[in-house]
Write a protein that binds this ligand. Structure first.
Ligand code: C2E
Ligand code: MG
Ligand code: MG
Length: 646
């Protein structure tokens, strides 16, 4: 009876040792009652029996009993050692169990006969497998068949298992990518073990794969609009050039959103971003399947028209793009109307160098911008020459600034009530040694682009203040200040310097700025405007009615004067908008103690209408164009005489 109990105990022990499932470690580790005290107790009982029965038992029986007692003692001691060993083993198993179930990867260890030795919970979870199947002793084939049943494997089970078993038996690691339920990407690495069998690590690489794909995408696509970027555009252009078929033409369009910076600065970057996204979407809708739209950066887009039949077909695409962009765009509560300048270059066969084609499209765009924007131009060979001429102009401008090729003319500003000259506007002139007089409309943009406007502006300010100091005390001088000059942050200091050097009263100096000053760096520009106002200088808003003419600019800074652009004065007699706009500007100005000056008055009837509308002053060829300093002095003297005679 005692022996049968021993056998049961041995069975339990050996079962615990054999059990390799990571989850089974718990049962082996459960602290069972130690067996050795029973055996030692039994041995002690035998010894007591031996002594008690010593008198009655034969020596043979006594010998047998003592042998049994010794045997039991030895077994008891052995079992005691075994218990300790088992406890250590159970603790180690517990650690192993904790470890394999706490790694992020799934793990399956196979023995040399391709049966599971260990598999962890992560593995079961990744593929949604049953622990009743995926457990120690299960064959690889059965496991993969179970994956097939549960939908995470759809190949041939036998072929698949045979391939892996072959590889690992040759000592070669294998790596597979597979998909788990829920579309997750799984990587399985089978690494052969030294003593036979192998370990399979199963990793969910969905996030890593997505991050890698995102990085690869970002390298080729614009993050805001998801259009191809400059790099991919270039690649696509090369491909498209190689693929031109006889009789077909490829066109590259460079598209620049007009005054985008104004929208961005006036309404904020979030609105600017929305506008760019909307433009991208509209571009996509205009294109054929083989065409490509890209965002090259900022407000610059490009299109490849892959296979046009004729120039007319390209023109149609350009016009469709223009029409699409010109449709008002709703951006976060603002209805924005925008436009674009488009440059087009055409290749009629694949031998055209892509760099040259892009350069030509750029030159054509430059031409469209030069022709007043909001239009398109096809590349013409002369455009290169024009771009060169502009670079030449820049060089000459630099030379003229150092050598002194500039002079200032003054245009009288006349009071509409009494006809007296209340002030003069200083207008810059460039007397070119070969080309004669160059208009500021031609060189001011170049000076602004190159930053030379700072030096030019300073020259105008100093000279005009010096000149005005010689005029009668009631005549003001108006000086135009470029938005670029507001960026230097020393503008107020420079103005103070010009006033001090000339001795001109600050109230006699009026600075004319355009709304572009307020569109850009609001806070800095506003601070400068307030510094200037603190000096006692007057500030006028020039060219009102062009650009965006947002009334909010009038709220942002208390201007002294609004100058109504000549485009409104031109159409003032026609029925409708112009005279109504002039009337409202005059009303708004009057309500805020601002004066109004009408620009470009050329006709007597315009003067009459302006007077009737309540405009304060006028300026224009009707009275006088801008004239040299000596001439304006004479004019002021004569007027003074007229006034005193009157
Ligand atoms: P603006 O400040 O609006 O100057 C008025 C422009 O209108 C001047 O052109 C003037 O000659 C012209 N004008 C005046 N009356 C009439 C008229 O009755 N009919 C027509 N058709 N035009 C008239 P200008 O001198 O060619 O100057 C053009 C622009 O160049 C100026 O427009 C101003 O924005 C800029 N500019 C001129 N001088 C300077 C300067 O010293 N600094 C800066 N930053 N810009 C300047
Ligand atoms: Mg002006
Ligand atoms: Mg003006």
């Amino acid at each position: 009876m005692g022996m049968s109990r021993f056998r049961i105990n041995f069975d339990r022990l050996s079962r615990g040792a054999r059990d390799g499932h990571a989850g089974a470690a718990d049962s082996a580790a459960a602290p069972g009652m130690p067996r050795w005290p029973y055996l030692c107790g039994l041995a002690a009982a035998t010894v007591i029996l031996f002594f008690v029965g010593l008198e009655t038992w034969s020596s043979r029986e006594a010998e047998l009993l003592s042998a049994v007692a010794i045997f039991m003692l030895v077994i008891g001691l052995l079992l005691r050692r075994n218990e300790r060993f088992n406890r250590t083993l159970a603790a180690e198993r517990r650690h192993l169990h904790t470890a394999v179930n706490n790694i992020p990867q799934g793990l399956v260890v196979y023995d040399a006969s391709a049966r599971i030795v260990i598999c962890n919970q992560q593995y079961l979870d990744m593929f949604g497998l049953s622990p009743d199947v995926a457990k120690p002793g299960c064959t690889m084939q059965r496991l993969i068949a179970h994956r097939q049943e549960t939908g995470s494997f759809d190949g041939d089970v036998e072929v698949f298992c045979a391939a892996i078993i072959r590889s690992v038996s040759l000592g070669k690691a294998t790596r597979q990518l597979t998909e788990a339920p829920g579309g997750r990407a799984i990587e399985i690495v089978n690494q052969p073990l030294k003593g036979g069998g192998w370990v399979a690590t199963i990793e969910d690489i969905t996030d890593r794969t997505r991050a890698e794909q995102r990085i690869a995408h970002l390298a080729h696509y614009d993050a805001l609009t998801d259009l191809p970027n400059r790099v991919l555009f270039r690649e696509k252009l090369e491909q498209a050039l190689r693929a031109i078929r006889p009789g077909k033409r490829l066109a590259v369009l460079y598209i620049d959103i007009d005054e985008f910076k104004g929208v961005n600065d006036a309404l904020g970057h979030a609105v600017g971003d929305e506008l760019l996204k909307a433009v991208a979407e509209r571009l996509r809708l205009c294109l054929g399947e083989a065409d490509v739209a890209a965002r090259l950066g900022g407000d610059e887009f490009a299109v490849i028209q892959a296979a046009a039949e004729s120039e007319l077909e390209t023109t149609r695409l350009v016009e469709a793009i223009h029409a699409a962009i010109r449709q008002p765009i709703e951006c976060t509560g603002h209805l924005i109307t925008t436009d674009a300048s488009i440059g087009v270059a055409v290749a009629s066969d694949g031998s055209v160098n892509p760099d040259q084609l892009l350069k030509n499209a750029d030159l054509a765009l430059y031409g469209a911008k030069g022709d007043g924007r909001r239009t398109y131009r096809f590349f013409e060979p002369g455009m290169d020459a024009r771009a060169k001429a502009r670079r030449m102009l820049e060089m000459e401008l630099r030379r003229a600034i150092t050598d002194g090729g500039f002079e200032i003319n003054y245009q009288p500003i006349v009071n509409l009530r009494d006809g007296g000259i209340g002030g003069c506007e200083a207008l810059l002139r460039w007397r070119h040694p070969q080309r004669g007089m160059i208009s500021p409309a031609d060189f001011i943009p170049v000076a602004e682009e190159t930053g030379l406007i700072n030096e030019l502006g300073q020259f105008v300010l100093d000279t005009a203040c010096m000149e005005a100091a010689k005029w009668p005390g009631h005549v003001r001088i108006a000086v135009n200040v470029s938005p670029i000059q507001f960026r230097s942050q020393t503008l107020a200091l420079n103005v103070a310097g010009a006033l001090a050097a000339s001795g001109l009263a600050p109230s006699r100096l009026e600075l004319e700025i355009t709304e572009a000053v307020l569109m850009r760096d609001d806070e800095v520009a506003l601070a400068t405007l307030h510094q200037l106002r603190a000096l006692g200088v007057r500030i006028a808003l020039d060219d009102f009615g062009t650009g965006y003419s947002s009334l909010s600019y009038l709220q942002r800074f208390p201007f002294d004067k609004i100058k109504i652009d000549r485009s409104f004065i031109k159409g003032i007699a026609e029925e409708g908008a112009s005279s109504a706009i002039v009337q409202s500007v005059v009303n708004i100005a009057a309500a805020s103690n601002m004066t109004t000056t009408a620009e470009g008055v050329e006709q007597e009837w315009q003067r009459e209408m302006l007077r009737e509308l309540g405009c304060t002053e006028m300026q224009g060829f009707l009275f006088s164009p801008a004239v040299a300093a000596a001439e304006i002095r004479r004019m002021l003297r004569e007027r003074g005489r007229d006034v005193s005679a009157a």
